[in-house]
Design a protein around this ligand. Structure first.
Ligand SMILES: Cc1ncc(COP(=O)(O)O)c(C=O)c1O
Length: 386
């Protein structure tokens, strides 16, 4: 979660560099003013290098990143895109915005996409799969990637929470044909608002780069107002201020993940022996970003009691169990596309996912943890679990 905790002199210096050299805030053009400062372009190059991908495109948010990635696919009316029932509402919003029908798979003990559920939902209309690494734990990518390959489906990873994590040594976001990231204020690195897409294929990158910029091909032989057009598109361009902050934050990412993992481990050590506490399942070979520490208890009543005890001790939970509404498809009655698919009543949909989520408790993990937290977690939770 806490790129924001480390915002400081380095981010300020990158911003100052823009203002000391012409103050151009637009990612394109103004070459005569900008004294060779290209913050968004540099950020894209450094980000791509950091995950070992050939192409990266910076955009205005993680939601925009998903929307632009879906624009690359030739989605036709009636096409379906499968994601998971436990994700932020943005994943499904992007699918709907792209003109596809959202289909949500059940989650398994990882609280990410259940590969068996994914298999059961594939139809001739399925176009793509968006696997999400919720709260920094990798989805079962070996299985999901294999299913996508066998069924000729495009895999996109929503790595909004996965920035800085990996599975089997391969960075999250780089397993799929495209991977998307969010740099909003709650993520491992932040640009205030912002996002990134990484691409395996140059053609996908070129299409997305034009589409996120009204179709501009940024043809170097003509001025921008005479530019050639690849397609219709939209405006999801990142600006130079965000690019500058991103450059500084990227250098801090591995420290953020290291500290989060260390703090998550000491929180877990303090509570792992409590009665009835079950850790979240983690795929073998995972290097989690450890944005949250998640465990399950016997039932929803116990999870809510845990929350109450944590609050009384001056601690908090994160998303689970109380704030699942923005993150669970079974509550999105404002999305007619989902409601229609589930016979008009989402209340009965996603039973297995609901049963897992209502028993889960998620604790926020930060970089600069107060060292009394592990002991206080133990004090609070042992009132309920012993
Ligand atoms: C899984 C997931 N996808 C996408 C997003 C959207 O990111 P943004 O807030 O940058 O639009 C979020 C944001 O929390 C998220 O959790």
């Amino acid at each position: 979660m806490p790129g924001y905790e480390l915002i400081g002199a380095e981010e300020q210096a990158e911003i100052d560099d823009i203002f000391k050299h012409g103050g151009v805030l637009f990612r394109h053009s103004f070459d005569h003013l900008r004294q060779d400062r290209w913050k968004v372009r540099d950020f894209e190059r450094e980000f791509a290098k950091s995950v070992g991908m050939p192409h990266a495109l910076a955009v205005t948010s993680g939601t925009a990143a998903l929307r632009v990635a879906l624009a690359v696919l030739d989605i036709k009316p009636g096409d379906e895109v499968i994601t998971q029932s436990f994700t932020f509402v943005a994943t499904v919003e992007a699918i709907i915005e792209a003109g596809a029908i959202p289909v949500c798979a059940e989650i398994d003990g990882t609280l990410n996409m259940d590969p068996e559920s994914l298999k059961s939902l594939i139809t001739p209309k399925t176009k793509a799969v968006i696997a999400v690494h919720m709260l920094g734990t990798p989805a079962r990518l070996f299985e999901i990637d294999d299913i996508c390959r066998k069924n000729n489906l495009t895999l996109i990873e929503d790595a909004a929470w996965g920035c800085g994590g990996s599975l089997d040594g391969r960075p999250l976001g780089t397993w799929g044909q495209m991977g998307t990231y969010s740099f909003d204020f709650a993520k491992t690195m932040t640009t205030g608002e912002g996002g990134m897409i990484v691409f395996q294929n140059e053609n996908d990158y070129k299409f997305a780069a034009a589409w996120h910029d009204h179709g501009h091909e940024n043809n170097p032989s003509v001025p921008r107002w005479e530019d050639t057009r690849a397609s219709s598109g939209f405006n999801f361009r990142m600006n130079e201020l965000q690019g500058a902050v991103g450059l500084a934050q990227l250098k801090k990412l591995s420290h953020v993940v290291t500290m989060q993992r260390k703090n998550r481990d000491s929180m877990w050590s303090a509570i792992q022996n409590l009665r009835g506490i079950i850790p979240r399942e983690v795929p073998a070979g995972s290097h989690e970003t450890a944005d949250a520490l998640i465990f399950s208890v016997a039932d929803n009543a116990t999870a809510l009691k845990c929350r109450g005890a944590l609050l009384a001790e001056g601690l908090s939970t994160k998303i689970l169990p109380e704030a699942v509404t923005w993150h669970f498809a079974g509550t999105w009655t404002h999305m007619p596309q989902l409601v229609a698919r589930h016979g008009g009543d989402l209340g009965k949909a996603f039973g297995p996912s609901r049963a897992r989520l209502e028993r889960a408790v998620s604790l926020p993990v930060v970089v600069k943890m107060d060292e009394t937290v592990p002991a206080r977690l133990h004090t609070a939770l042992s009132k309920v679990l012993n």
